[in-house]
Write a protein that binds this ligand. Structure first.
Ligand code: DGI
Ligand code: FE
Ligand code: FE
Length: 192
């Protein structure tokens, strides 16, 4: 990675716990591989990967405080499910604290948890890399989805959303964000 990304890597390490840092490196390198495959900018993909969870290790009350302070508007679902806030807050911090200006990188961070209909290639790369990076081992169908990611990224996105909805649907106390459902509907139609 270039010097700018090396510096980001050093900075982000200080704000994440050990596991989250290892996951972050996995996402950055996986995003780089997907960028090679689909002719996206590799260094931009690494930047987005390094920063995608930059707000993840902020305590929940602090997340709410920062969103309030910076005027970051949360959806009703995000207000009730703080696990989703790190995407929007992370995108804001990527710009204000880490100096990222490229809107495509910022959007990829903002949408990495739920996705959104009609994503750019960079958004799809980060959404997919977050799910398939080497340290992920819990999800079903990982082998198939990892393969699909490098053959047809739109199908991979659809399958990730299908499995996520299925998983959250079975889990107790895990309501589904309308954004996740909308993205699934979009990418399941795309495949037909
Ligand atoms: O930040 P990561 O752990 O790398 O992964 P992530 O950003 O995809 O997910 C963060 C959390 O959000 C994870 O615990 C799963 C959860 N999540 C994703 N979509 C939904 C969701 N939780 C609910 N309740 N509903 C969703 O639609
Ligand atoms: Fe995340
Ligand atoms: Fe992540």
């Amino acid at each position: 990675m270039n010097e700018k990304n090396e510096e980001l890597k050093r900075k982000i390490k200080k704000t994440l716990d050990r596991d989250r840092y290892q996951h972050t490196l996995g996402v950055a390198y996986t995003a780089a591989c997907l960028a090679m495959r689909y002719n996206a900018d590799m260094e931009d993909a690494i930047t987005a990967g390094l920063l995608h969870d930059c707000a993840k290790c902020i305590p929940t009350d602090e997340k709410y405080r920062l969103c309030n302070k910076y005027g970051i508007e949360l959806s009703e679902f995000e207000k009730e499910n703080p696990a989703l806030i790190h995407a929007k807050l992370g995108s804001y911090l990527a710009k204000s604290k880490y100096g990222i200006k490229d809107p495509d990188i910022l959007e990829a961070i903002r949408t990495h948890t739920t996705g959104e209909p009609g994503m750019s290639l960079m958004q799809k790369i980060i959404f997919t890399a977050d799910f398939i990076e080497p340290r992920r081992d819990q999800a079903q169908n990982l082998t198939e989805i990892r393969n699909l990611a490098f053959t047809d990224i739109d199908k991979a996105v659809g399958k990730i959303l299908f499995d996520t909805l299925n998983y959250l649907g079975k889990k107790k106390d895990s309501p589904i964000d309308p954004a996740t459902r909308l993205t699934y509907e979009y990418y399941s139609k795309e495949q037909q």
